[in-house]
Every structure is written in C-alpha cells, then in structure tokens.
Design a protein around this ligand. Structure first.
Ligand code: CU
Length: 178
C-alpha cells in the first residue's frame, strides 16, 4: 500500500496540472455493493416453502435431488437415487443408493458402511445405519438418524468381499429442527 501511494503521489507530482482531474474521479455508486451481494446466498433446492433459516446460510451442503451423484477418488460413483424423506428436517432417513465402478458398471457385493457425522460438533449418531443389498448394485441404508439440527456429512465407505478398499464418498446435508 505504501508503495502504491508513493507511486501515485510521484505520478501526480510529475504530471503537474494534469493530475488535478484525479480529484474529481467519479466515486463508485454507494448502493452498488449491497444490491449485488444479496442474491448470492439464495436458498438452495433443499429449502422448502418454510425454509429453515439455519440452513439458508449453509454453503457446504449438497442440493438434494434424486440421482445426486458423488464420485470417489478411485472413480466409483454413488448415486443417491432416493432419500426418504427429502433432506431438510431432523429425523430418521432411509436412502437408496446405487454404486457404479469406474467403468460405470453396477457394483454387486460391496460391503458398505455409512457414517453420519457432524463435523462442527465432532460427533456421530446412533444407531449405526444398516446397509442392505437390494440387487443391481443398489443398496438400502437406514436408519440415518440426523437427530440434531445443523450440518451433517454422511460418509459411505465401500469395500469388496475380502475387505479391500474400493472407494469412499461423502454426502452433506443441512437439516433444521423438525
Ligand atoms: Cu451436533
């Protein structure tokens, strides 16, 4: 900053009378910033008609839509084909997912663990969700007990039948008090 000011002064001095118009440079419109800033945090898809204010300002969460897909570092896709209910309020959730490998083939026989976690609070939930194969690379997960309002991550770790790591993905949702 000091350098810039020095250069500005030096330039003004060197230009003599030509520097005078700088004083009259038009000021930015005073009301420009607030108007531009407001719409950036517009409510996301998971906000219903009575949108929970707690989650309106949450920017880390996913926007739920059936078919929301996460890709792990090993190239596996996990498709959240359905969440019952739609994420938004505290309570028990039942998910159906489909796992697809890096070649886009459904993955049968994966051993999956689901771990809900509140990173802001450092705790998980209980009971631990049960993951049940449903055929065709689909798996049912329940209950996902998001008992506390706030930001949750749901990490899905996938291994093969021998226990070898396949991939891991994390979904994230904000829920408001029911
Ligand atoms: Cu918590």
């Amino acid at each position: 900053m000091r350098l810039q000011l020095t250069l500005l002064v030096a330039a003004g001095f060197a230009c003599g009378d030509d520097a005078a118009p700088l004083v009259d440079a038009p000021a930015p419109p005073i009301d420009a910033a607030p108007i531009d800033a407001a719409p950036i945090d517009a409510p996301t898809i998971d906000a219903g008609p009575d949108a929970p204010s707690l989650c309106d300002s949450e920017e880390r969460d996913d926007d739920y839509t059936p078919g929301l897909t996460k890709t792990g570092p090993a190239g596996y896709d996990v498709v959240l084909t359905e969440s019952d209910p739609v994420p938004g309020r505290t309570g028990n959730y039942a998910w159906t997912i489909q796992v697809r490998d890096a070649a886009d083939q459904p993955v049968e026989g994966a051993v999956i663990t689901a771990r809900p976690f509140m990173p802001d609070h450092g705790h998980g939930t209980s009971p631990t969700p049960t993951v049940t194969p449903a055929g065709g690379g689909n798996y049912a997960i329940s209950p996902i007990n998001l008992f506390m309002s706030g930001y949750w991550t749901i990490r899905l770790t996938m291994r093969d039948g021998s226990g070898a790591d396949l991939d891991v993905v994390t979904f994230a949702f904000c829920v408001a008090a029911s």
